[in-house]
Design a protein around this ligand. Structure first.
Ligand code: ADP
Ligand code: TRP
Length: 321
């Protein structure tokens, strides 16, 4: 089965990205043909500073490789190194009704937040459809926020197949709904845009400080507490064994345990979880040539597949000879 997913290079990756998406990507690569990429064309819709965009791509690449991306087996590349997707996006655009894109909530959300939208942001789902269709992807593991984009992709694929014959594989979505939203230190969803993240590889001292700052309610130490509404408990769930989680749950319910004690344990477990990968992450930082080579090799392998599908679409649409 060919599994494809993309992640935007909008900063250093955080534990919400890891537990919400990357962990599943890394698990799925063993029994499948993994195609994972860094979506820098998509990131361009928010007009990042050019040097920063380039740097963020490298950061994402190093994070994935350090955490166990199999660079031999899995195809891993930077989106803009396979420019064929933009040509396919154009072909798809011409069969995409305006109404389909006007209904997309991520675009409407950005506009309602007061962001002055550019055409790239509006056309974002078409480029995402091109990403998926150009690699004949069967399954696209994404968070619930991306569900609509996969539906749009399926819709576009079906329209193209109706217009031009069976040129595209219609992908299945694979919503990672079982994954709870990881809270940030302010209790909102952990997100780069809220500045409330704990980065996977930030220094341990800083991880600890941030966990100690996670927002909790003001229930006194002696009083019983409800684990279901506690941000610290939500983090504990990510890293504690089921037995240990059960013990903490009991402590919450019986009272007598302060949030400080739980936070300390969460910090310890989080640090221990990512410690085995820190060394590798630091080594990669010293060997950027290796990282560039992985991406170049990935782009070469991805391009070979993309060219075949693009040619199929061009012929079907009446482009070229
Ligand atoms: P951010 O909100 O920090 O910009 P992205 O939107 O780039 O993160 O998310 C990249 C991937 O990580 C998506 O698949 C998304 O579902 C997942 N993800 C991001 N934040 C969280 C979170 N707090 N909890 C669970 N998953 C998350
Ligand atoms: N839009 C996705 C996100 O913000 C990233 C993405 C771009 C993607 N192209 C994709 C995800 C193709 C899956 C498949 O998370």
């Amino acid at each position: 089965m060919r599994i494809l997913s993309g992640i935007q290079p909008s900063g250093k990756l955080h534990i919400g990205n890891y537990f919400g998406a990357m962990r599943q990507h890394l698990q799925l690569q063993a029994d499948n043909e993994g195609f994972y990429f860094i979506a820098d064309y998509h990131a361009l819709t928010s007009n990042p500073e050019p040097a920063l965009l380039r740097r963020h791509c490298l950061d994402v690449a190093m994070d994935y490789i350090a955490l166990g991306l199999d660079t031999q087996k899995t195809v891993f590349w930077r989106q803009s190194d396979v420019p064929e997707v933009t040509e396919l996006a154009w072909i798809l655009s011409c069969l995409t009704p305006m109404g389909l894109l006007q209904r997309c909530t991520s675009y409407k959300d950005k506009v309602s937040q007061g962001l002055s939208p550019n055409h790239g942001l509006f056309a974002y789902p078409v480029l995402q459809a091109a990403d998926i269709l150009i690699f004949d992807s069967n399954l696209v593991p994404v968070g619930a926020d991306q569900k609509q984009h996969i539906e749009v992709t399926r819709d576009i694929a079906i329209r193209c197949n109706n217009a031009y014959g069976e040129i595209f594989v219609v992908p299945e979505e694979h919503i990672l709904e079982s994954v709870a939203v990881v809270p940030g230190i302010d209790g909102r969803k952990m997100s780069k845009s809220y500045d409330n993240t704990i980065e996977i590889f930030e220094p341990e001292t800083s991880v600890k400080k941030k966990v100690m700052r996670v927002v909790t309610d003001s229930t006194p130490v002696e009083a019983p507490k409800d684990p279901a509404v506690c941000n610290v408990f939500a983090m504990l769930k990510l890293v504690a064994s089921p037995e240990e989680l059960g013990e903490w749950e009991q402590k919450y319910r019986q009272g007598g345990t302060g949030y400080g004690a739980v936070k300390k344990r969460v910090a310890e477990l989080l640090m221990a979880y990512f410690r085995p990968y820190r060394q590798k992450r630091a080594e990669l930082e010293q060997d950027l040539d290796f990282v560039h080579n992985v991406l170049a090799d990935g782009a070469r392998r991805a391009r070979a597949v993309a060219r075949v599908t693009l040619e199929r679409a061009r012929r079907a649409a009446g482009l070229g000879d």
